[in-house]
Ligand binder design. Structure first.
Ligand SMILES: [Zn+2]
Length: 197
């Protein structure tokens, strides 16, 4: 079945317009046979051509493409497993905040210039939307970190590790028969090394 996008094949179930034709007596008729527009659930005739819907559809397609590209790139990279989720979360918080700040700059830049034309107003709106989403994300990540009380836990972990390492060094020195000032000197060397890590 031909449609306005020039696609001659019948639409796949996933991409078929979800609208129904008007039947007799105002009842719901059979389902539309046309392709839904890209990134949308309806065809051109059933609202897909409306400016807002077209913009939303384009945005969805762009987001899907970006996601697919990123997945492909990640598949090629040998992404390491997260060894310490607390550290990873801290790093993520840094990135999320940097992203939020970058968007805030963009919004400020756009607001300084007064726009009369639609295109620029649209751009400002989408930038504000991204900024708001970034703010939400910051709240999420920081909230999670707060709940985990990341700092205390990280500090506790390193302290625990240090205690274990010092204990092992003491045991090794005792086993080797090293005592007194020699043992103290050896422990000082070990402490220096640990701090350098
Ligand atoms: Zn339709």
């Amino acid at each position: 079945m031909a449609n306005l996008t020039g696609n001659l094949r019948a639409p796949t179930e996933k991409r078929r317009c979800t609208a129904h034709k008007k039947g007799k007596n105002g009842e719901k008729g059979e389902r539309c046979q046309a392709w839904a527009l890209k990134g949308q659930t309806v065809c051109r005739v059933h609202g897909g051509a409306a400016r807002q819907n077209r913009a939303a559809g384009e945005r969805r397609v762009a987001e899907e493409r970006l996601e697919a590209d990123t997945r492909r790139a990640l598949a090629r990279l040998d992404v390491p497993a997260v060894e310490n989720p607390l550290t990873a979360l801290s790093q993520l918080a840094g990135q999320v905040i940097a992203w939020k700040d970058a968007l805030a700059d963009r919004v400020n830049e756009l607001q300084q210039i007064r726009y009369t034309d639609d295109k620029r107003a649209e751009q400002l709106r989408s930038e504000v939307a991204l900024y708001e989403r970034a703010l939400d994300r910051c709240v999420n990540v920081l909230g999670t970190i707060g709940r985990l009380r990341i700092d205390e836990r990280l500090a506790a972990i390193s302290e625990q590790q240090a205690t274990v390492v010092i204990g092992a060094i003491e045991a090794a020195l005792a086993h080797a028969g090293v005592t007194g000032p020699e043992a103290s000197a050896a422990k000082a060397v070990a402490a220096r090394h640990l701090r350098a890590v």
